[in-house]
Design a protein around this ligand. Structure first.
Ligand SMILES: Cc1cc2nc3c(=O)[nH]c(=O)nc-3n(C[C@H](O)[C@H](O)[C@H](O)COP(=O)(O)O)c2cc1C
Length: 178
C-alpha cells in the first residue's frame, strides 16, 4: 500500500486540525497515512524514505513558518527534493481566496525558494483568528495587521477562516500523487 506522511508544525492547533482532516479524508483511498507533530520531535529519516509523498504543513507567525518546520526542512532538504513533496502554509492572509496560490502567496514563494525545494503541490490555507486567546502584544500586533488588510479588529473575535472544502479538495489532489 502506498504511504503518505503528513508532517505539521502548529502553535495554537489549527494546522494540527488541518493535517488531521487531510489524513481523515485520505481514508477514502487505499493509502497508508502517518501524521507527525513536529512538536513531539522530528521523524527519523527512515519514515521519510518509506513514504511515497511527504506533506509539510506549517503555521505562519510574524511572516515566518514555525521554527520546527524550518528546522525539519533544512535538515531534510536533500531527501525531500528528490521525492513528491507538498507544502502547505497556514496563515490569515489566505482568508482571502485570491491569496492561496504559489503565485499570490508571498509566504509560500519565500518558503519554497529559501529551502530550494521543488514541491509538486503547494497551497496557502486560512487558519484561525482567536483574539481572546492571544497575549496582549500578539493581539495588538494582529489587530494592526488586520487593520491594514481590512480584517476584523474587534478583540472578542474568534473566527475559523479555514475553508474545509479547499482542505478536502487538496487531500483528493494529494491522493493522486501516489
Ligand atoms: C503571534 C501570531 C502571529 C501571526 N502572524 C501572522 C502573519 O504574519 N501572517 C498571517 O497571515 N497570519 C499570522 N498569524 C495567524 C496564524 O497563522 C493563524 O492563526 C494560524 O491559524 C495559526 O496556526 P496554528 O493554530 O496551527 O498555530 C499569526 C498568529 C499569531 C497568534
Amino acid at each position: 500500500m502506498p504511504k503518505i506522511t503528513i508532517v505539521f508544525a502548529s502553535q495554537d492547533g489549527q494546522t494540527a486540525s488541518i493535517a488531521r482532516q487531510i489524513a481523515l479524508h485520505l481514508v477514502n483511498y487505499s493509502i497508508e497515512v502517518e501524521v507527525i507533530n513536529l512538536a513531539a520531535g522530528p521523524p527519523d529519516g527512515a519514515v521519510l524514505d518509506e513514504s511515497d509523498v511527504v506533506v509539510v504543513a506549517a503555521a505562519i507567525r510574524y511572516g515566518h513558518p514555525l521554527a520546527t518546520a524550518e528546522r525539519f526542512l533544512s535538515c531534510n532538504a536533500a531527501r525531500l527534493v528528490q521525492m513528491p513533496l507538498v507544502m502547505l502554509s497556514i496563515n490569515l492572509t489566505a482568508r482571502k481566496p485570491d491569496k492561496r496560490s504559489y503565485e499570490t502567496s508571498v509566504y509560500l514563494r519565500k518558503w519554497v525558494q529559501r529551502h530550494k525545494l521543488a514541491p509538486v503541490l503547494t497551497a496557502s490555507i486560512a487558519g484561525k483568528l482567536d483574539y481572546p486567546n492571544y497575549r496582549w502584544f500578539d493581539r495588538v500586533m494582529i489587530q494592526l495587521i488586520m487593520r491594514m488588510t481590512e480584517g476584523p479588529t474587534d478583540p472578542t473575535t474568534c473566527i475559523e477562516f479555514t475553508d474545509w472544502q479547499q482542505v478536502n479538495d487538496l487531500a483528493d489532489e494529494i491522493a493522486t500523487l501516489v
